[in-house]
Structure formats: C-alpha cells, structure tokens
Design a protein around this ligand. Structure first.
Ligand code: PMP
Length: 972
C-alpha cells in the first residue's frame, strides 16, 4: 500500500470528469439516478447529486488518483467515528457496508457517495459572530477529542497540509511567489515561526486530525449560523493535535473584521473541550503563522499548475489576508495574550534596579497623573484637547510636585478617540515623567549605553533595557557602547521624558490596544518601580473580564428583572456629549440615550446642581424661587389653557398622576389606551401598558378598567398607507361603545408620536378625532410626552403639535432632567384642582430646589445650544442617509420618525413584512463591536431605535450610517 506523499507526488490537477460522466458513474456504480451539479474542490472532482424534485441526496466524490483506497477508507472511517462519539453531524459514506467499503473503482478513479448534510456552510469572508467563532473552536476540540482514539493505516500520508512538514512545504513552494517582497515576507515569517516550533515539537502530542476545520467544511443546521456538522475529510492525517486548532484559527482570519484577538473565543472553546498543554499554547500562534504561509504558497502553486481552477484562484486573496493578519502581532505577544485568555499566564518578574533611577527622590514628592477613564481630571471632555496630558502634568508641578509620572499599564483616556470602529491604542507600556527642575537620572543597573535616535538614550543590562526618550541630556559622556556601573549618572532631564523598561531583545510601542495589552505588557516592566513607587494594578487591560465579573456581582445584589443591554456589555464608566466610554478607553457612539438630551457629562449641569446642593435642598412645601421659576417655564412652553404644573420624579409617576387627575375630574375609572404602548411601571401605568416587549403577558393580564384601541400603525398594522385613516374612526367607535355600555372613559392616553412602536407619526387627524370622541364622552385627553416631547422630534417642541391638537393633560419626564429623576404633569387649573377630592398632592423630592435647578438648567441649555434645531437638521440628515441605504439593503423596511426620534424597521421580506428580530439583535451586537450603541425596540424587537442625545453632530450621525452600512454589507 502506498500512501500519498506530497513531496514525491506529481502535480495534482483535479480529475477531469464531466457532469454527464458523473451522472453515469452514480447510476452504474451506485444505482443512484440523479441530476448532478459540479462542486468546487482543490484536488478532487465533487458533484452534488439531486433527487427527482431537486432535493440533494448525496455528494459523489471522485478522488484524485494520487490518493489510495486506504486513505479514502480512513476518511470514511473517521467521519463515522466522530459521528458516533460526539454530537457532530459528519459526511459519512452512504454505503459503507457495500462491497469494497462503498468505494468503487471507475477506470482507475476511486469514487464514492457521501452523505449530503443540509444547512449552509460558513464559506466566504463574511463576519462571524463570537458565538460562531467559539463554535468552530468547540467543533475542532470535540473532533480532536473523538479522534484521539481513532487509528487507521490510511492516515500516515504526507500532506502539504501537515504542519509538521510546514517548513519544507514553504521551502519547496515559495519559489512560485513571483513578488520578491512577498516571497521574502512569507519565508521570514515561516522561519521565525518554525524556530519556535523546533524547540517544542517533541512536547506536542500527535493524533489523527481532520486537518481542515474551516468555514468551508462545516455546516450549520440552524439559521443562526452556529456550525454543528463537519464535511470534507480529505485532509485527514496524523499530525499534532494543536495543528487542528491552528488550522481553524487561521481560517477565521479571513473573515470580515477578524484579527488575531477575535479568534480567542475559538481558542478558549477548544481549550474547554481539549485542554491545551503549555507547549501547545506556545506552539499555537507559530502554527497559525505556518498554516497561513502554507495556504499562501499552496494557493499560488495550485493556481499555477491548474489555471482553470477558479476555486483555488478566488481563494488566494483571502489566503494573503490570513497571512497578513496572522503576522499583525508578534508571536510571543500573541502567545502571551492567548495564555492570558486561557488563565495560564505566568507573571513576568518585575525588573528592579540596584540603584534608584533618580537618586534621593522622595516617592511622596511624586505626583501620579491619572489619565484613566475614572480620573476626575478627565471631566468636561478634557481628554479630547490636544496636549492635555502635558498641561495636567504642568499643573501638578505648579501645585508643588517635584516629579510627575503617569501610570504603567494604564488605559489612558487621553489616547482614545471618538467615532472609531476599532479600539484605540490606549494602554501605556511605560511612563511619562515631568521634573519640576533638572534632575539627574542614574543607571539602575550596570549596562551598555546606546542610542536609537536623537533624544533617545538606552541602557542595556543583563535582563532589561531602559529607554529614555525626550528632554534628555546625556551626562554619561558621549558615545554608544560605553559600559557604565549601577548608580552612575546617566543623563540630566529638564523636561518631559518617556521611560520604558523592556526585557532584552524585545521592543514595544508606547501604547497598545487593550485586546493585546496583556501580551505586550509581557515584554515590558513598570519603570515606576525604579523610582521607588509601588506598582499599581494595570487598568483597562482586562476590561472584558472585569465587565463579566461586575455583571456577576450585579446579579447577586441587583434584581435580575432589571435587565442589561447586550450579551457581553462593556463596562461604561464615563460619558461625554453623545459618546460613552468603556474602562479600556474605547469610545462608543450613543444612539439610544434619549434621556440624556443634552449629552453626557455636562459640567454646567453638574456645577448648577452642586451649587444648589451646597445651598439648599428641601421640599416644595417650602417657599423658594426655583419651583416657581420651573413651573412658569414649563407652562410657558404650552398653549392655553395648560398653565398648571405638578412636579414629580419620573415618567411613570407623571402618567400615574395624570390618570388619577382624570379619574378625580370625571369621577370615572375606565381608561382607554393604545395597544403596544408602554406608560410606566406603577400599578396604574403598568395596567395601561400592553407592550409585549416589556411584558409578554400584558394582553392577558389587563384589569377590566383598561380598554385598548388598535395601535395606529400605518406600516404594518391592519390599515396601511393611506388606509391608516381608518384607525381613528375605529378608536372613536370603541370609545363610543364604552360610553354606550355605561363605561364612559375617564381618559384616553397615548404617545402623540408613537415612540414605543419605533417613533412613528400617528395618522393625520388621528388625535383630533379621538380627542373629540373622548371629550364628547366626558373624558380627558392625556398626552404622554415622556419620550417624544421636549423638542426631540425637531419640528415641534411638543409632539402633539404635529397633530394640531391641545391635550387636557401633558406628561413629561426623561429629557426634563437629562437623566436626573424629574417629571411633570401640566394641565388646566380646573383639572388640577379636582385632585383635591383625593386629598393633598405631595412628592418629597418632586419640585425640590435641586430638582428644579436641574429642570431649569436643562431648559436653558436646550435653548442656548438650539438643540431642537439640531435635532431637526441632524435628524433630517440621518433620515435621508438611512433612507438612501434602504435602496441597497432590502432588510431596511422603512425609516420611521422625525428629528432625533427615529426607528429603522428591519424586515425579512418587504411584502410580508416578516420582522427581522434576530437580525436586529445581531446587528446591534455587531454595531457595538464597531463602536456604536443602539438597541432594538417595538413589540417585534425589529426596530433599531435611534434617539441619541440631542447634541449629536452630523459627523457622528454619518459615522453611525457608515458603520451600519458596513454591517449590512459584511454581515452580522
Ligand atoms: N411613558 C413612556 C412613553 C415611556 O417611554 C416611559 C419610559 N420608557 C415612561 C412613560 C415611564 O417613564 P419612567 O421610566 O421615567 O418611569
């Protein structure tokens, strides 16, 4: 028996078999009458067999004559073995019990039919979600687990895909790379990777592996794209177990947005099934690089010898992409990063010195400059000012510090950027130091002096190199390569210097991205220790892990029914205008915080509140000016006769009070609300809320006094488009019916612009007709402006103005306090007075001096910054751009809304309007990865709700649309 040996084999063009011949083979050798469709393959000829009604019934594989029967038997055996041992669907031979193990000899070609596995593959380059990435790693792990006890004489073949031969494969095939730079890059990368592997090879376990678990060779039964099946066992071989994972990891790099760190979920998932030994961890990334090199050289070689093989040619670009991405991060950095992710990292010892870096410096005279997200010095958007680090340092010097230093391993907000789809390099691999006067730096260890450029001084000792870069005057006489002793004077510094301590033979950028910080920090040590400072914990380096730990703590003490956004929410500890910032310094564009109408972190508001807190905070039974001023200001925004104000603390309270006012005024109890609405969590407001997104049982659990009218949804409701004018008479009929049955309503309540349904305008004339009907029945009209009021719709300050009506009671909250608990009910004197029949109205904090100052300041800033006008101009721009996107992406069914209250409704089919809820959720997750925070809304959870802070700029709106377009184009 001769098994295949790549290095001895002749060239391997695909067997030339026509579809007609394939059809004949299936019929004569396997008794299968079928239609055939050719499938792509690098080395075999494959045909999909279809039954009478076009359904796939199997795959005819005609093996390249270079492969022996034993090899094919091994492949079929392994497929069956995995399916029996693990819950993995595999492409098994459909007639293994037939003569010759189901492998027919067709004029020297070996043919067989294997099972067709339904479900799509993950071929191509579209984005893969972390859950899909993890599933691929898990599949690779379980395959290895199953195959660990499998053996067969047909596995000891010599394939170019066996990474044990990677160096040789690259050596032999690299000659086919015509571009000398690229060829050199591939050879250099392979040599460096092989050097690492060489030292580890004898510690790497060997077994039978599938050898090609890639997006092309997995199938997904469910529409969620999580793979559960394995096909194409053509590369089955004995090799290193860890090579199975390396192959999978490498293939992930071809997908949209993938980078080395994005493959970690696959590595973690593999490790959870089949734990990696330290040697395997150390070998993994070098093997990924080798696999990438083998892919490139093999792809080029194959397209050279088989010019007609379109499959091989089209794969080449992606193979280069894999190679480039695999080499984006140095091997040791990636290995340290992987070890960190797997919880296997050993802490590198801190580099200490024999002498202090600045002799006689009292550590207590050193001011630590905190530039993290948590630093108070960052308030007011200071971090976006150029040169702010230097300014803050000089302020600390002016305040008496002898020396100012930054913190090693800290994610600096000052290095962050807004509107970025990738995380910025925020984590410092050294420190910056500012001296008050000229100080002398001494050598912490004996070593050799050097310089890599002007203003750069290095001292290389036995274990580490110290680098000083900046205002450095060398005093240790000139000349590189001079040896100096520990404690000898090195340099005078009279201005800011960057100090880095690198373990020998390494280098590191000054700032690295948080995803790779654990890896890079392995190469460096804290220079602060050389100044006698205690080492502070790294900050923002393990942001994802910290965020999980915080969520676990949260779930122990904070009631779970108070849900959180996202499966893996970042930890957000700062906001500025329309930006939210994670603890790693990553900035996200906030498209959902309608409450923070002015934007986040407004110092004017904080100052006004702090001033009032210091002066007085009490309750509205006392006589002070701000409660009057705020009431006057609110009343002035409304038409007559709405002139009387109640101040409360939330939207729920405002709506609840409005209902009580209506009940007190009319002496009735029944209320009419609009279906799918949300009005709050109090007993009464919850009763009138029928949004199943907020309460899945809402419709079944309504008390008898609550009546609903259909949601007047002109897009997907019963009456669409111009037919939507029929909602009003329908609602009127319901109200009249109630009156006729002896249950005339106390009130009709609705959002005058339908926020909870995704920001939909009500049909023209709707409120005019319904308000008239409820009033005719002796009830009141309540406008819930909690979400849509206060200028958000751009065209109107109050959304009811769009309908040309005046309600009897208006409820407002959210925007009114910019996030501080504040709400109001504004009504007529007569209705307000009717409350007396229920006693007094008192809310301890409602209308307090602090609350009123918040309310007044918010109104001031809305006016001063013309935020309503901004809502109109940016909102219109946003709507126009998203509407334009809809021309290219049929998923966008429509764009609802006005100003900065918009809803992008996503549908699977524009005719049936099938809601694309899973897609909406996935898009939100992907948008977050790319730096945008947006959430689904509506009963079908298929509307992207867009209600950003009203200070959002057109530039930010453009960023949102650009990122959304990218996600729609490249996958989610
Ligand atoms: N009414 C509407 C229309 C709302 O959207 C909300 C809150 N989402 C409320 C009332 C309740 O407001 P709060 O959360 O301030 O109690």
């Amino acid at each position: 028996m001769t098994l295949f040996d790549f290095f001895d084999a002749a060239e391997l063009p695909v067997p030339a078999v026509t579809p007609a011949r394939a059809r004949e083979i299936a019929a004569t050798h396997f008794g299968m009458e079928a239609d055939v469709d050719p499938l792509g393959s690098q080395q075999d000829a494959n045909f999909l067999l279809r039954g009478p009604s076009g359904e796939p019934v199997g795959v005819l594989k005609i093996a390249n004559p270079a492969f022996s029967r034993a090899e094919l038997e091994a492949q079929d055996g392994a497929a069956a073995f995995i399916a029996a041992g693990e819950d993995i669907r595999t492409a098994v031979n459909v007639a293994p019990d037939a003569a010759d193990s189901g492998i027919a000899d067709v004029n020297g070609f070996l043919a067989r039919i294997i099972r067709y596995l339904p479900g799509g593959t993950l071929s191509g380059e579209r984005y893969l979600r972390p859950a899909q990435v993890a599933a691929l790693g898990d599949l690779a792990g379980r395959t290895c687990r199953a195959l660990a006890s499998f053996d067969h004489p047909g596995v000891d073949r010599v394939l170019q895909w066996d990474l044990r031969h990677a160096r040789r494969t690259v050596e032999v095939l690299a000659v086919h790379i015509s571009d000398p730079h690229r060829r050199q890059a591939v050879e250099a990368a392979a040599t460096a990777a092989w050097q690492v592997i060489d030292g580890l090879a004898c510690d790497l376990p060997v077994q039978v592996i599938h050898g090609d678990i890639t997006g092309d060779n997995v199938v997904c039964a469910d529409t969620d794209g999580v793979p559960d099946g394995l096909i194409d066992f053509g590369d089955l071989m004995r090799s290193w177990t860890v090579a199975e994972l390396a192959v999978t990891v490498a293939t992930l790099l071809r997908h949209e947005g993938s980078e080395p760190a994005a493959t970690l979920p696959a590595i973690e998932a593999f490790h959870a099934v089949r734990p990696l030994s330290p040697a395997e961890v150390a070998a993994l990334w070098p093997l990924v690089v080798l696999r990438a090199a083998v892919l490139v050289v093999s792809g080029i070689h194959q397209s050279a010898i088989d010019a007609d093989n379109a499959y091989a040619a089209s794969a080449l670009d992606l193979e280069w992409r894999i190679f480039e991405r695999a080499n984006e991060v140095p091997l040791d950095v990636m290995t340290a990063q992987i070890s960190d992710a797997l919880g296997l990292a050993d802490t590198a010892p801190v580099v200490t010195g024999e002498a202090r870096l600045i002799a006689g410096l009292d550590p207590s005279a050193v001011a630590r400059l905190d530039l993290s997200v948590d630093s108070d010095a960052m308030d007011g958007g200071v971090w976006l000012e150029p040169g702010c680090e230097d300014r803050l340092a000089r302020e600390a010097l002016a305040a008496g510090a002898v020396v100012v230093v930054t913190t090693f391993g800290q994610a600096r907000l000052t290095r962050s950027a807004t509107l970025s789809s990738t995380s910025p390099a925020t984590v410092a691999t050294g420190v910056q130091l500012w001296p008050a006067t000229t100080v002398t730096v001494t050598a912490p260890w004996p070593g050799t002096l050097g310089s890599t450029g002007p203003d750069v001084l290095t001292l290389t000792g036995a274990v580490a190199t110290l680098e000083l870069h900046g205002a450095v005057q060398s005093v240790a006489a000139s000349g590189a390569n001079r040896e100096i002793a520990a404690g000898a004077a090195l340099a005078g510094i009279d201005g800011p210097v960057w100090i880095q301590v690198r373990r020998n033979d390494t280098d590191a950028p000054r700032f690295v991205r948080p995803e790779y910080a654990a890896g890079w920090l392995h190469r460096v040590s804290d220079p602060g220790v050389l100044l006698g400072l205690t080492q502070l914990p790294v900050h923002g380096v393990h942001a994802a892990r910290d965020s999980v730990a915080l969520r676990q703590r949260r779930s122990r003490s904070f009631a779970g029914v108070q849900e959180h956004y996202y499966q893996h929410p970042p930890r957000i500890e700062r906001g500025w205008r329309e930006h939210l910032i994670g603890t790693d310094g990553r900035s996200y564009l906030d498209m959902v915080n309608n409450v923070a109408v002015l934007g986040h972190g407004r110092p004017e508001l904080a100052d006004a509140v702090a001033r009032q807190w210091r002066r007085l905070n009490t309750n509205s039974r006392f006589n002070y000016g701000s409660v009057v001023a705020l009431s006057e200001r609110l009343a002035a925004t409304l038409p007559d006769p709405l002139d009387t104000v109640f101040l409360v603390n939330s939207g729920s309270e405002a709506d609840d009070l409005a209902l009580r006012l209506a009940m007190a005024t009319t002496g009735r109890h029944d209320v009419v609300a609009v279906a799918e609405a949300y009005h709050g969590w109090t007993y009464a407001t919850d009763a009138i809320s029928t949004s199943i997104a907020d309460n899945p049982n809402a419709l079944e659990t309504r008390p008898p006094w609550v009546h609903t009218v259909p949601s007047p949804n002109a897009y997907r409701g019963e009456h669409r488009g111009t037919e939507a004018s029929r909602y009003a008479p329908e609602a009127v009929a319901i109200i009249e019916g109630l009156a006729a049955q002896g249950h005339p309503p106390a009130a009709f309540i609705c959002e005058p612009f339908y926020g909870n349904a995704g920001g939909m305008a009500l049909p023209d004339g709707y409120l005019r007709a319904v308000y008239a009907a409820v009033r005719a029945a002796g009830g009141l009209a309540i406008a819930d402006e909690v979400q849509v009021g206060y200028g958000r719709t751009g065209r109107w300050f109050w959304a009811f103005e769009q309908q040309g009506v005046v309600p009897d009671i208006v409820c407002v909250a959210k925007a009114m306090g910019n996030g501080q608990p504040l709400g109001a009910v504004i009504t007529t004197k007569a209705i307000a007075d009717a409350y007396r029949s229920c006693g007094y109205f008192f809310s301890s904090a409602g209308g307090s001096p602090v609350s009123c100052v918040v309310g007044l300041t918010v109104l001031d800033i809305i006016e001063r910054d013309a935020l309503q006008r901004n809502a109109l101009s940016v909102g219109d721009h946003l709507k126009a751009r998203i509407t334009a996107l809809a021309e290219h992406y049929p998923l966008i069914g429509t764009v609802h809304g006005s100003g900065l209250y918009m809803g992008v409704e996503l549908v699977r089919d524009r005719a049936t309007l099938e809601p694309a809820a899973a897609e909406t959720a996935a898009i939100c997750e992907r948008l977050r990865e790319l730096g945008v925070i947006v959430q689904p809304t509506g009963d079908r959870q298929n509307v992207l709700k867009m209600k950003p802070p009203m200070c959002i700029t057109a530039e930010s709106a453009d960023f949102f649309v650009d990122v959304l377009e990218r996600v729609l184009r490249t996958g989610y």
